[in-house]
Each structure stands twice: as C-alpha cells, then as structure tokens.
Ligand binder design. Structure first.
Ligand code: SAM
Length: 241
C-alpha cells in the first residue's frame, strides 16, 4: 500500500487507521470543522439531499462514524438505518449523539468492516459511504460489498475528498493540507500524526474518473459523479440494476 511518505503493509494500514480514529473519536466533529473550515457541513447537506430520503427506504450507512449522514437522513424523513463502522469508539460517540437527538428507535448499530460485511444480500434501498472509502485498504472489495447490500434498483452513494479540478485552487489547497493542517493537528488537537495521515490519505485517493471506473468494475450501473467546491470533494453514485 502506498501510504504517501512511505510504503506500509496492508495490516499496518488497517492498524494505523484504527489508531487514528480511536485517538480522534471524541474530537472528531471539531476536527472535521477545522479541517474543512466548516464546509463539510454544506457538502453533507448536499449529499443527504442527493440520497433522497424516503420513509419507505432503508439505508445502510457504511463507516458511519459519529452519525452525521444517518442523522441527516432521518431528519429529512428517511426510513430505518443500519449504521456501521469498523471502530467501536466512533460508533459509541455516534450512539450517544443519537440518544441526545432522540433517534434511537430508528437506528441499529453494528461494528463491521466495510470490506467484509456480516449481512445478507440485497437488504437496502440506499447504501452510503461518506468520508470512509479512503480509509479502507481494499476499496474494490468495499464497492463489491456495497453493491451486494443493495436491492435491485437500489442506489449507492459515496462522498469523499477528490481531485481539485480548478487550477487556481491547487496552490491554496496544497498549502492548506500539507502545511496548515499538520500544524492545526499539533497545536489544536495535539495529534499531528492523525492529521498528517488524513492529508496523505486524501492525496493518494483515486481521482473522480478512477473511482467511477472502480464502481463500474464492482458491477454498478449508471455511474456518475458531481464535484463539490471545485473537486475538493465529490459525490459518486451508481445503481444496482
Ligand atoms: N461517515 C462519517 C462522516 O461522514 O462524518 C464518518 C467518516 S470518518 C472520516 C471515517 C470512518 O471510517 C471512521 O469512523 C473509521 O472508523 C471508519 N473506517 C475506517 N476503515 C473502515 C472499514 N474498513 N470499514 C468500516 N469503517 C471504516
């Protein structure tokens, strides 16, 4: 696995990802706001509308973390959710937030690796993965599992950092992610390594077209994407037909 600064083995990457999210779980929401200057909230609103929540639709939230997508879906009238994450610390922050917001009855929680889901085929109308795919080692396996989880006619959506397509943004973005972010990590969150990991994982993530191709190879149909904020992030979608 090319991890940016150095090459690490697959098991090592999985361990590092676990350590990062164990370490940031309680500060994760603050960290997101700092990292994106609050813009992730706008992206998530756009993304949740694109998921088209409906009371009759069931959602599988992969790498659900502290629950932003699940809560957005339920607030907009979506049906029952299975919220999963590989990391019990993140999921437990999500469960506390769900209780605080009164969502408990509509959500089932499961610690699960998105690369190998312990769930039967075809149970969901929507499968979502928001800012989770870049942390997974075998992304093709995740996409195959996402398709397997969908009912025929169901839709997969992915929100993830992507490749900046507006040339004028590139120098600002590079300075932000490689100079400012690690310093924010050091001084604000006292966790420079986690921020460094995040900047690296963004840089090495497949660009828009590559991810779209990977989704097609995983068996998804009518694959498309739209850029957010000049390609800093992108929403990809595909169907199981
Ligand atoms: N979806 C949430 C959001 O948009 O705010 C949380 C995203 S958070 C950046 C990434 C999450 O991916 C973490 O909670 C982490 O534990 C989870 N994760 C990493 N590898 C995973 C895997 N293989 N399977 C499932 N979740 C994973």
């Amino acid at each position: 696995v090319d991890f940016g600064f150095r090459t690490v083995r697959r098991e090592e990457k999985a361990g590092m990802v676990r350590a990062v999210f164990d370490s940031v779980a309680t500060r994760y929401d603050l960290m997101n706001d700092l990292m994106s200057l609050g813009i992730h909230r706008v992206w998530k609103q756009v993304y949740i509308s694109a998921l088209q929540p409906r009371p009759s639709h069931q959602l599988l939230d992969l790498a659900g973390g502290t629950g932003d997508i699940t809560f957005g879906w339920l607030s907009k009238g979506g049906g029952p959710v299975v919220m999963t994450d590989i990391n019990a610390s993140m999921l437990s922050v999500g469960r506390d937030r769900a209780t605080d917001r009164g969502f408990t009855g509509d959500i089932r929680f499961a610690v699960a690796d998105a690369e190998k889901l312990p769930l039967p085929d075809g149970g969901f109308d929507r499968v979502s993965m928001s800012f989770g795919l870049r942390n997974c080692t075998d992304k093709d396996a995740v996409l195959r599992e996402a398709r397997r989880m969908l009912k025929p006619g169901g839709r997969f959506m992915c929100l993830e950092f992507s490749r900046v397509t507006v040339a004028a943004l590139t120098p600002i973005y590079d300075t932000w992610s490689f100079k400012v972010l690690p310093r924010l990590g050091r001084y604000v969150a006292k966790d420079e390594d986690s921020y460094q990991y995040l900047a690296e994982s963004i840089r090495t993530f497949p660009d828009q077209e590559t991810l779209a191709d990977m989704m097609r190879k995983a068996g998804m149909s009518r694959v498309s994407y739209r850029n957010l904020s000049g390609g800093i992030a992108a929403i990809h979608t595909g169907w199981r037909l």
